[in-house]
Design a binder for this molecule. Structure first.
Ligand code: B12
Ligand code: SF4
Ligand code: SF4
Length: 391
């Protein structure tokens, strides 16, 4: 290792990064796997991945002058995050937005590199950028590939972010990955609520709760929402069951807990309205927008039923400006409060007056399913309450 690489690692450590490695500006080892994934339509509605295909499979299109990709890892393990009254949030999204934190750190990193003689045109990437981050990170030895597709590190498990600075200097690549592998484990494949890990290492985004609750804008597919459980933003199931993450150090302080998580609830998410932009500023939770967050909250309320939630869902069903939210509220009510007087007529009239054709069709389905569920509950009540009340 020459002095230039040593300088890179020293600066990374001084700036508080947990992991650092160097990869060449060259196609990532997983380029063919990525193309096969795209060709199979596993990216669902993330059209930007298809549009960026050429740059993703060959970073020389981004840095024609060549050079190196300095890959950095920032750990973020913390205890499970739950909103007051129920509703789970992916741990990565509970605090300050890592994109902002990462961009700020990368700017400082690039300035320090320049001061050390490694300047010139650079390109900084945090998640949203034309780089297949996990594959370059794997090549640079930051961790090992896994059946859940996450890059794993023996100390941090899957709980670390990736980010990169591409610099026009050819440094010696780091290659040795830390020792570890999935071995015979398949806990993530078995635990995934939607069977989204369709084969080891391959996630079908069209089945993944993380995709539907973060990236997708319209209604969540009924077969996915039925299995979402309490997840209101992202999903950590495949990370939580991974034995490699079990002993990761708790770093909750590093990103803090955003007010939209610390002092909020599913009902507050559903009813944020015009306050959304202020309440969710500087949090990754704002990605799906006001309607996406309200939609997620409405669906998650089905796994944390309460009278407060029921009233909020009835208000959303009638008054939310987004058809996607009105429809999600209808689904949630039909699923959990079908036996309540008032819910079925509210669903029927919501379906009758709905102007959005897709929401109208779905609401009619939920009104019908509420009638069936309500009738079932009533007959169960009759069958169980009669003899029991006599004895
Ligand atoms: C699109 C995307 C998604 C999509 C698709 C995910 C997927 N698995 O493809 C959705 C929205 C579903 C998603 C979800 C999540 N994501 Co995401 N996502 C991305 C993004 C933008 C691109 C990923 C991509 O190109 N996927 C296509 C596939 C083919 O590429 P890949 O997964 O990177 O490929 C690796 C694996 O598939 C594996 N692999 C492929 N075939 C095989 C075969 C075998 C046998 C094995 C062992 C491995 C293996 O090796 C490849 C290279 O290392 C990256 C950022 C970036 N610019 O790269 C973040 C990124 C991958 N996401 C990240 C995170 C944190 C998540 C979530 C944990 C968030 C959450 N809690 O809800 C989940 C995890 C879901 C999962 N199990 O992958 C982190 C991962 C950090 C890490 N330590 O791995 C990244 C790197 C963002 C970041 N900068 O930190 N994500
Ligand atoms: S994030 Fe959740 S839904 Fe997606 S692959 Fe992992 S366990 Fe499955
Ligand atoms: S849960 Fe098991 S199979 Fe899945 S990524 Fe972790 S070690 Fe690999």
């Amino acid at each position: 290792m020459s002095r230039a690489e040593e300088v890179v690692f020293e600066i990374a450590s001084e700036l508080g990064f947990d992991l650092c490695g160097i990869a060449p500006v060259a196609p990532p080892p997983a380029a063919a796997r990525f193309e096969a994934w795209l060709d199979a339509g596993r990216h669902a509605g993330m059209d930007w991945l298809e549009r960026d295909r050429e740059r993703l499979v060959d970073p020389r299109r981004v840095m024609p002058e060549g050079g190196s990709i300095v890959v950095l890892g920032l750990a973020h393990a913390r205890a499970a995050v739950e909103l007051e009254g129920g509703g789970r949030v992916a741990r990565y999204a509970a605090g300050r937005d890592y994109h902002n934190v990462g961009n700020h750190k990368l700017r400082r990193f690039a300035r320090r590199l320049a001061a050390a003689g490694l300047g010139g045109r650079n390109r900084r990437i945090v998640d949203a950028g034309p780089l297949l981050e996990r594959s370059h990170a794997a090549r640079a030895g930051l961790g090992f590939e896994s059946k859940a597709a996450n890059l794993l590190h023996p100390r941090f498990g899957p709980w670390f972010f990736l980010m990169e600075v591409m610099i026009p200097h050819e440094l010696e690549p780091t290659t040795e990955p830390p020792a570890g592998s999935c071995g015979t484990c398949r806990a993530c494949l078995d635990a995934c609520p939607t069977q989204a890990i369709v084969e080891p290492g391959v996630v079908d985004a069209g089945r993944c709760i993380s995709y539907w609750t973060i990236e997708h804008q319209g209604p969540i597919a009924p077969e996915v929402r039925e299995r979402m459980g309490p997840w209101a933003f992202g999903c950590d199931v495949c990370s939580e069951v991974c034995p490699w993450g079990a002993r990761a150090p708790d770093l909750a302080e590093r990103f803090g807990t955003h007010a939209a998580v610390a002092s909020s609830s599913l009902v507050a998410w559903l009813e944020a309205g015009d306050a959304f932009t202020d309440q969710f500023a500087a949090s990754p939770l704002d990605r799906p927008g006001r309607a996406g967050v309200a939609r997620n909250a409405a669906i998650a309320l089905a796994s944390a039923p309460s009278d407060l939630g029921r009233r909020a869902l009835l208000r959303a069903l009638s008054f939310d400006p987004s058809a996607v939210v009105r429809e999600a509220a209808g689904w949630s009510l039909a699923r959990t409060h079908a036996a309540d007087d008032g819910v079925r007529p509210a669903l029927e009239s919501a379906a009758a007056r709905e102007s959005d054709p897709q929401a109208k069709e779905l609401l009619a389905r939920w009104a019908e399913s509420a009638s069936e569920r309500g009738a079932q509950t009533e007959s169960t009540d009759r069958n169980t309450s009669g003899p029991a009340s006599k004895s």
